[in-house]
Ligand binder design. Sequence first.
Ligand code: ABC
Ligand code: CA
Length: 485
Amino acid sequence: ASADDWTNRAIYQVVTDRFALGNGSSPSCDTSQKTYCGGNWQGIINNLDYIQGMGFDAIWISPVVENVQGTTTEGEAYHGYWPQNINSLNSNFGSADDLKSLSSALHGKGMYLMVDVVVNHVVANPTNTSSVWPETFDYSLLQPFGGSNSFHTQCFIDDYNNQTDVEQCWLGDSGLPLLDLDTENSTVVDTMYSWIKNLVSDYNIDGLRVDTAKHIRQDFWPDFASNAGVYTVGEILIGNVTYAAPYTNGLDSVLDYPTYYAVYDAFTNGTSGNMSAIAEMVTQAQDQYNHGTFYVGSFVENQDNPRIQSTVTDQSIVKNVMTWPFINDGIPILYYGQEQGYQGGNDPANREALWLSGFNTENKPLVTHVKTLNAARKQAISYNSSFLTTKAAFISQSSTSTLAVSKPPFLALLTNAGTSSSASWSIPSSAGLYTGSETLVDVLTCETVTPSSDGSLSVSASSGLPKVLMPAEALSKSGSLCSSQ
Ligand code: ABC
Ligand code: CA
């Protein structure tokens, strides 16, 4: 599937080892142990209704290839980011048939499969810690790269301002080095290009999340993407749009990390959080990324960062943050477990087992919230044929703790005030959003508000909750969303 095919989708991100077991059992899973807990592809297949029931029509799964075996100084490779043999699958997650079954089960439900891929490095436990590189490793394990000449000379990245170091030195440390592939070497490059082509076709993959993309030279990516032939979204872990922007030329787009940081900071620092920094960051991304922000992956949690609720548990703030990816430009991504209120902090605590929630959707306000947001976004897409290609616009507010985002038919009103402080938004008639004759419905509560006769609008938050307003007219054909309107 192409980037355009992905734009109307919503992605549920799964750490395969932590989502579900194929046999339906619920073993304990102590994240601090950094070991495999038993989740696998069959477990995902068995629980696709849970994901689809919330309105998601795509999943992103953790890397699928065989990883370093046994334990390392950083535990086991349960997350999948330590490839060892890229031509074989990680048997902890199942067989080739299981992965094919996952792909076809998804397609049977009209859903897409995004696979996380690691091209920057492979991993082997050092065989002899007292020897120096290149003698330190058993290269025969590193398939199909079997020799030190497939790798950059060992050095660990210590200066992130030196881009050559970022690309050609190694991630990890001497305890667990991530052997940095020599992606300037044409044999390595060709191996990776044909590998990705085969992987996509063997498993009928619809899109790729490209790990560590900033650690490989930019001009490696266009041919990688064309060999993949599907939507590619790169991980450029940086808080800076100008740094990330060039990668949107070779890959379809990037995970929107700069905006993630702005959003995280704005909502986790009480009312001193800077809401207007979000608007500034999005505007920069709209201006600087190739295709603007239409193909970005928009997220507020993932496997590398502390969950929102490890910092802030005020449920009104949590609901505001969770609303963000669904009312913003780009493709919304929800990291598994956020809907269940998980609170894990930094890696590895943020990789809790979802089965411990029992996949319960009753009396789970955040599950309901996500379901509503997905339904509202689908309704917006079907009501306004240019919704997906209309840039989010920000209507400046006098209060620093509120944000008003217009992406017709949405007007999203967000605040970091929290449950017990008041907040309000005003939309001047000069914004030109309304004529004054319409009724607006907050799809999160189904309450209505009406603009003044000049088209201006003043709204107060109730208990710090966000509002997603849509003209009643935009809902009239909807079956599920505030259907009494
Ligand atoms: C293991 C342990 C951790 C331990 C860590 C050092 O080692 O589990 O407890 O803290 C995988 C595993 C991890 C594992 C690592 C290393 O491998 O999942 O559990 O950590 O062995 C991707 C994946 C990630 C994966 C890998 C490796 C890469 O999403 O899950 O990790 O395949 C860098 C990379 C980025 C990578 C990330 C983990 O590390 O660039 O691709 N993620 C700065 C740098 C970033 C850097 C980041 C964190 O620090 O610029 O490049 O990311 O080290 C912003 C700034 C940014 C700054 C951030 C922190 O702040 O603008 O520049 O990022 O404001
Ligand atoms: Ca590299």
